[in-house]
Design a protein around this ligand. Sequence first.
Ligand code: NAP
Length: 285
Amino acid sequence: MAEALKGKPVADAIKAELTKKVDELKGKGITPKLGIIRVGARPDDLFYEGGAKKTCKAVGMDSEVFEYPEDIDQAAFENAVKEVGAKKDVNGILMFSPLPKTLDERKIRTLIPVEKDVDCLTIGGAAKVFTDDPTGFPPCTPKACMEMLDFYNIPIKGKKCVVVGRSLVVGKPMAMLLLREHGTVTICHSRTENLPDVCKEAEILVAAVGRAKMVKGNFVSPGQIVIDVGINADPDNPGRYCGDVDFAEAEPIVEKISPVPAGVGSVTTSVLCKHTILACEMQNK
Ligand code: NAP
């Protein structure tokens, strides 16, 4: 039976470290604050927002939600984002995406100050991540995967790492972060040939596909570490969700595997707070 790489102990360890940092900052009269920009009220956004606010509170930092109606026009929303970005007390900004189609999201992302871009929404933020600039913040999800690997003492240096997915929010930055730790990285996508065989060769396999249980038993091999980033509606259990990996098929074969739920997803809001506190420290240097 594979070891389950659960997210909660990782999140708890991060939160303990952050609580100390926030106490130190508060001793200097500084309270880090996360600003959350939300347009409309999608259930997924509200769920994540609730988790982010709870984690902020748990570590002693502030958070504020800036909420706008779905029919807000481009000019008004641009002004709103600029206003939030200019707020001295807001150190990090999370903006839910995608924005309504009536808004030019590409343009709006450019209005977030790079030094407050704690979830890598800006081109400047991505450039920092892709150039290994330590002042940049990777998107919280791939960073959460790295926190998992670190917490469970899984070596990356020299290991064959396969990332399935090449989105800018998960797959590509995940590959960069593994590369930064000297992994030998292969990125797969929908046109990859012989995907099961490529995945089977991995020592560390990261699934970020967005397809329920797509990574089957024939994608994995003994000794593998599998990190499942997926969050999908579970086709076999209505009302529940599952990962990109078919856990029932993969788990008996691999060495360690992160479950869904209770895996990577439990770590992301702690990473969001970590980034905001780091941003706060940099802004107050
Ligand atoms: P995305 O933008 O839809 O990207 C999916 C990637 O998977 C694409 O690069 C796509 O390839 C590739 N892909 C799709 N079908 C494939 C197939 N049959 N074979 C091989 N590759 C395939 O999704 P995302 O935003 O990166 O998210 C990925 C997953 O992570 C989703 O389940 C999402 O819900 C989850 N997620 C989790 C968290 C968390 O906190 N745990 C946060 C964000 C996202 P092409 O580029 O060729 O189309």
